[in-house]
Design a protein around this ligand. Structure first.
Ligand SMILES: *[C@@H]1O[C@H](CO)[C@@H](O)[C@H](O)[C@H]1NC(C)=O
Ligand SMILES: *[C@@H]1O[C@H](CO)[C@@H](O)[C@H](O)[C@H]1NC(C)=O
Length: 377
């Protein structure tokens, strides 16, 4: 770490973007983010886990490129070798397929690598072509729910809250890259269509509605996927030149995210300070993955709109982060986590949830950006 004050003025202004990351004093995250990040990358083995780990790397290491950065558009042309999220995502993207990565019949999951294909596509057009095929697959191949929501499954129409993190943020990013306002509106509309089907009277979302894997519970991580996905779409719409003046889309997304956070903040925590795996079911253990992604969203929203998401949200996030810090072991692994491949598993996982570990990196990035914005301490 170096002191910015000792550098000549010219150099300081040239460094202004990266200086944000250094700040004046080191940020105390409460846990060793480097270790947590290494584990997140090492643990990932499935399509959506790669996409989520890539997003975690980008938001943490290159905040200026992420949609949560102050000016992410126009999308920059940076060689993938210079951005670890891009170098990482590139290894997992297929150029010979109609989707970016095989995903066991899950429509959304292959799209989780989409924003990275667009970024790599700035210097290597084959990746932009691959992202265009993924968009075509989402819009024209996948089944639809009767209301128009794109199915999360390829073989039947089925809506999973998870989809909202995987596909709409990519649709929005691709829309900005191709200057397509219609598609940008469609990314906002997809979140709304998902909410229409999945929301319950208490404001929480059902995990899955459909004929194959229906899960009527309010899954903590599922609500986190939905809220965090909408926060990425919101940041994109707020910052893209083509959506300048889109007040109704912005208000709608904020309200949808607030509905989830407000409901989550009233369900209560277990004695270990975590949200339950199924948020309103007292028989479930306190679980770290869902708690972590929802905590990250609270920080992101406090930064994006601290009027609507005031100090109540920041304080909730600070308390959550303090608890989450106690859930990180000496090797940088978070627990007790839900089994990411089977959400009904009553045995808490302590050996590492790939998505749970990525969420803790997203949380660190969100907290740091909040401190840098002067809205958190
Ligand atoms: C398609 O690309 C992937 C990843 O680059 C590779 O593993 C696979 O063998 C390729 N498949 C064909 C049929 O070329
Ligand atoms: C914009 O996206 C829509 C899908 O939402 C597509 O139908 C249309 O062809 C795209 N427009 C352009 C100019 O590519």
């Amino acid at each position: 770490m170096f002191s910015v004050t000792s550098l000549p003025l010219v150099l300081v202004s040239a460094l202004s973007v990266s200086a944000l990351t250094y700040g004046t004093k080191p940020i105390d995250y409460g846990y060793d983010v480097e270790k947590v990040k290494e584990q997140a990358v090492a643990l990932a083995t499935h399509s959506w886990e790669y996409g989520t780990a890539a997003e975690a790397l980008l938001e943490f290491e290159n905040p200026e490129i992420s949609v949560f950065g102050s000016s992410p558009f126009p999308i920059p042309s940076i060689p993938p070798a210079d951005v670890s999220a891009l170098a990482y995502a590139k290894q997992h993207i297929y150029l010979n397929s109609s989707v970016l990565i095989p995903a066991d019949g899950a429509v959304g999951d292959s799209a989780s690598l989409g924003a990275f294909a667009v970024l790599i596509g700035r210097t290597d057009p084959a990746y932009m072509d691959a992202s265009a095929r993924e968009i075509n697959y989402l819009l024209n191949t996948a089944p639809r729910w009767p209301n128009g929501a794109i199915s999360h499954r390829e073989d039947v129409a089925e809506l999973w809250a998870d989809f909202v993190y995987m596909a709409p943020p990519f649709m929005a990013y691709y829309a900005v890259a191709t200057n397509n306002a219609t598609l940008l509106k469609e990314s906002v509309r997809q979140a709304k269509l998902y909410r229409e089907v999945l929301v319950k009277p208490d404001g929480l979302w059902t995990h899955i509605i459909g004929p194959q894997s229906a899960d009527s519970g309010s899954w903590s991580t599922g609500n986190g996927w939905a809220a965090a996905g909408m926060a990425r779409v919101l940041a994109t719409v707020m910052k893209a030149p083509i959506s300048k003046g889109w007040t109704s889309e912005i208000a709608e997304l904020k309200q949808e995210i607030k509905e989830i956070l407000d409901a989550v903040m009233t369900v209560g925590l277990t004695e270990n300070g975590l949200l339950r795996n199924y948020l309103t079911d007292a028989t479930w253990f306190g679980e770290v993955s869902g708690t972590t992604i929802l905590t990250a969203v609270a920080y992101r929203m406090h930064v994006l709109d601290s009027k609507t998401f005031g100090s109540k949200y920041r304080k909730w996030a600070d308390a959550g982060r303090a608890t989450i810090a106690t859930c990180v072991d000496a090797n940088g692994i978070l627990g007790p986590a839900i089994n990411p491949l089977w959400w009904g598993d009553r045995n808490p996982v302590y050996t590492g949830s790939p998505e749970g570990n990525s969420f803790a990196v997203l949380l660190a990035a969100a907290y740091r950006d909040c401190v840098q914005s002067g809205k958190c301490s």
